[in-house]
Every structure is written in C-alpha cells, then in structure tokens.
Design a binder for this molecule. Structure first.
Ligand code: CS2
Length: 484
C-alpha cells in the first residue's frame, strides 16, 4: 500500500475507498473490447460509467483501453491506482462509485504503435472518441477536413500519427490486412451529425492519402450529455483515499446512440443508454439548447462578474435573457419530435445548471468558442435568416463572444481558443465595432458563408457589438430585456 503525502493511502485494487460502491463484476484487465481516444474527465464520467454498468450486467469482457492523445497526466494519475477511480455525483440522489471499466491508460505520443496495435486488435470492436471539437480539424463552413492543418499535413506525409485520422487510417489498414473484423467508430463529441461528420472527415483523409480505402467500419451518430466540471485539489482532499483520477459530475447522464454498429457492441442500455434509429432530434436540442445556453451564460456571465454556471443562472436578468434566446429563437428551429418536448427540456436544463454543489466554471465553457459556436448558435441564426426570421438574442450573444475574445485582460482571458491569434488580429486591424463584426463574420473562418454573405446579419451583429461597447454588458442586457 502506498501512503501519499496527506497520510491517506493511494487508491488501488488493494486499497479501496471507504463507503464507495465497488464495481459489480470481477475485473480482467487483459480483456478489452473498446479503445477510447481522449481520456479526459468527460469520458471517465460518461462512457466509462455506462460501460461499467454494461460490464456489471454481465458483459465483463468490454473493458476500455484509454488513450490520451497528448499529455501523460491521466496515465500518470490512473496507472499507480490500477486504473481505478471514483466518480462522485453531486446533487440530489448523488452517490460515489468506483469505476473499474478502464483497463489500461496509454499516452499516444510515447508509443504510437502500441495505440495502433490496440485499435487493430481483433478483440476490439468499438472505438469511442472525446477529442473535443478542435480534434476533428474540420472547416466549419464546408464540414470537410482541413487538409492544410499542420498536424493533418504531418500525418498525410506518413509520420507517427498526431491526429485521430492518422491513427484510425493506420489501424483500419492493419485490420483489413489481418482480417480483424469490422470496427465501430463512435464520436462522443458535441458536434452535429457527429458520426456522419467523422465518417466524412475520415473519408477525406483516406482520399487525400491516395491509397486504397480500407473497408469494414461504421460511424454511428450519438448524443452525449453529462455536466463534468474540472476536478479541483479541494475535491480530491475530501476523499478518504488519495485518488488522482477523481471525477466530479452531476447525477444526470444521457447517451443516445444511432443503431448502426459495424459489429458487436456492449449492452450500454444496462446503464440507461438509448439505442435509436435517429439521433438528430436529440442532438440538435442538446447542442442548440443546452450547449447554446452554456455558451451564452459564459460570455455574458464572465463579463457580469460571475465565475460559475450556478451563479450566472441566479442572475435574474441573465436568466430571462437566456431563456428568451432558447425559447423564442432556438426552439422553433428544432425538428418536431415525439421523443422530446423542447419546453420541458429547457426547464430541465436550467434546473440542472442551478446546482451549487457542482461549481462549473464559466471559463471552462468559454474555451474554444470558435469551434463550438457554429453548431450552438450560428446554424440557428442562418436557418432563421433563410426563413426571413431575425435572431436578435443570438446576435447579442455573438457580440458578447466577439467582445470576450477582443478583451485580453478580463476574467477567463486571454481566450483559450485555437483561432485566438486570428481573432485578436481582427480586433487590432479594425477600429469600429461594425468593421470588427464584419471582419469576424467574413474572414475568421468561423462563420458559415451564408452569414458573411448577408449584409443585414453583418450589420445587426455590428450594431449589437456597438451597443455592448457603448453600454457595457449590464446596460446592453437591460436594453435588450426592455425590447422583449
Ligand atoms: C459545455 C459542455 O464546456 C462546454 O462547452 O457546454 O462541456 C457541456 O457541459 C456538456 O456538453 C454537457 O453534456
């Protein structure tokens, strides 16, 4: 048993945590059926938990080989504790449980071939991915692969892979050559039509590579949902054992998966997953309502002096604004669906956000806006515009984002975003809000072409940014509320 600094034993198979539910199956770390790319907190609180439930329900051979694509931090946290970790659900009915579904933690840059070998193993049938929006290297305007992106160029030249595409292509080649059987490649990132998108990008990569396209893979769509703030040292200090993999989340979790697997799969239904014919209604509602609201709370809330989601939704004016953005503008763009009542959904997510037991930092949500906003807000604005409908609340929030990336000294700044240098250069190169808004809409590479092509949308965005600059956030919010 190893005793960590604070005098508490380090969590491991021989030192389990007091009062924490144990996995309901006998672990066999040599048997893995899933490789997961992107071993962050979201995976540990979501797919790994559903898999733990499937394993407890009798499918114990589906353990996960988790892969970090960049940093060794998660491997270094998990390996000394036999890849066990606690998931602590916070809120009414919350409980803590030990998750045993992760068998191994690999660090791709340290041993790329080991990752390819894992992906090509005939015992592996499913690859899941949480690599965040920017891990897909897509052009948000065309949804095609950015074949000029530095890491994609590197992978296409045949070096040890850096992108998901380099890894997947090498593994599919190997599986074809060895007859390892079909592979389901399941995106679990917050992107629209995430499976179709991933399949299309992988196809673009395989075409650009100029070699025969390996067969035997499918990319179903899926919608994932669970709020998982970054774990803090304070969270870790409260446990009776030293757990470097501790993951904090809400009690709610949802996973809706398109029934289009290439081969065998775990019975994730045991953990409550829904296997359906069409994920689209769930996915659009999640992106435009839950994630759309999150981003609005982040870009308004930080400037209004809030640090966390639960504080921002307790700001009465901001809550009225965000509810209006969702109900008046986003909800009418959703396809009618018997599976989901949008108004009840909005009420439920706003209740989930109001969870002081789960401090979710607005700065965490504000990251990577250039990668998130196309599916959260811009698609809504453009679809409404095509029908002759205005979207003043979305445009006001978009102006709040542009102001956020332009202000380099406020809370949550400088903006953590792969396009931050390009967006900051736009601020530096233009003087009026109208010019800045126009340049962001037309030249940042974030907005769909239909937005930039609309003089009216660019003008309205410029006016919204002008209003924010002149009145400040609170004044602009109050001015907006007086119009609804
Ligand atoms: C959040 C999401 O960080 C963000 O941008 O909106 O991570 C959100 O918490 C999850 O999608 C909830 O399922």
């Amino acid at each position: 048993m190893s005793i960590a600094n604070g005098g508490r034993p380090r969590l491991s198979a021989s030192t389990l945590a007091d009062g924490i539910a144990l996995p309901g199956y006998t672990r066999d770390r040599a048997r893995s059926g899933i490789v997961h790319l992107g071993l962050g907190a979201f995976h540990r609180a979501h797919q790994a938990v559903f898999t733990d439930d499937a394993m407890a329900a009798g499918d114990a051979g589906w353990g996960i080989i988790g892969v970090s694509l960049r940093s060794p931090a998660v491997r270094d946290a998990l390996e000394p504790q036999d890849c066990l970790y606690v998931v602590e659900e916070r809120g009414e009915g919350g409980r803590s449980r030990l998750i045993g579904s992760i068998n191994q933690a690999l660090v791709a840059p340290e041993d790329p071939d080991r990752v390819i070998a894992a992906l090509a193993d005939p015992g592996v049938h499913v690859v899941t991915l949480t690599v965040t929006e920017k891990g897909y290297h897509r052009d948000p305007g065309s949804n095609h692969l950015l074949v000029d992106a530095q890491d994609v160029v590197h992978d296409l030249a045949g070096g040890a892979p850096r992108t998901i595409f380099g890894y997947l292509a090498a593994a599919l080649d190997r599986r074809c050559a060895s007859g390892a059987g079909p592979l389901t490649i399941l995106s679990c990132d917050n992107l629209p039509d995430n499976g179709r998108l991933l399949g299309g990008l992988l196809d673009d990569y395989l075409v650009a590579r100029g070699r025969a396209r390996p067969a035997g893979w499918a990319c179903p769509n899926s919608m994932v949902d669970r709020i998982v703030p970054a774990t803090t040292a304070g969270d870790r200090a409260r446990l009776t054992v030293e757990d470097h993999g501790l993951t904090i989340c809400e009690t709610f979790r949802q996973w809706v998966i398109e029934d289009r697997f290439a081969g065998p799969r775990p019975r994730w239904e045991a953990g409550g997953a829904q296997i359906v014919d069409d994920v689209r209604p769930f996915e659009l509602a999640k992106l435009r309502l839950l994630n759309g609201a999150h981003s609005a709370l982040a870009y308004w809330g930080l400037a209004l002096g809030h640090a966390h989601v639960h504080e921002a939704v307790r700001d009465a004016e901001l809550l009225v604004f965000v509810r209006h953005q969702l109900l008046a503008e986003a909800v009418p763009t959703l396809p009618p669906s018997s599976a989901l009542d949008p108004e009840a959904y909005v009420a439920a997510i706003l209740r989930r956000f109001d969870n002081p037991a789960l401090p979710h930092r607005l700065a965490q949500i504000a990251m990577d806006g250039s990668q998130k906003l196309p599916q959260r807000w811009l698609a809504t604005i453009v679809e409404r515009d095509a029908k002759g409908l205005n979207s003043p609340a979305h445009l006001a929030s978009l102006a709040a984002w542009i102001a956020f990336v332009g202000d380099r000294s406020g809370p949550g700044r400088p903006a953590d975003d792969p396009l931050a240098p390009r967006l900051e250069a736009i601020w530096d190169g233009h003087s009026t809000p109208g010019e800045i808004a126009m340049a962001v809409a037309r030249t940042s590479g974030v907005f769909p072409a239909a937005f930039g092509a609309s003089d009216a949308l660019c003008r309205q965005l410029g006016e919204a940014l002008d209003g924010l600059t002149a009145r400040g956030r609170r004044g602009a919010l109050e001015a907006f509320l007086s119009t609804i």
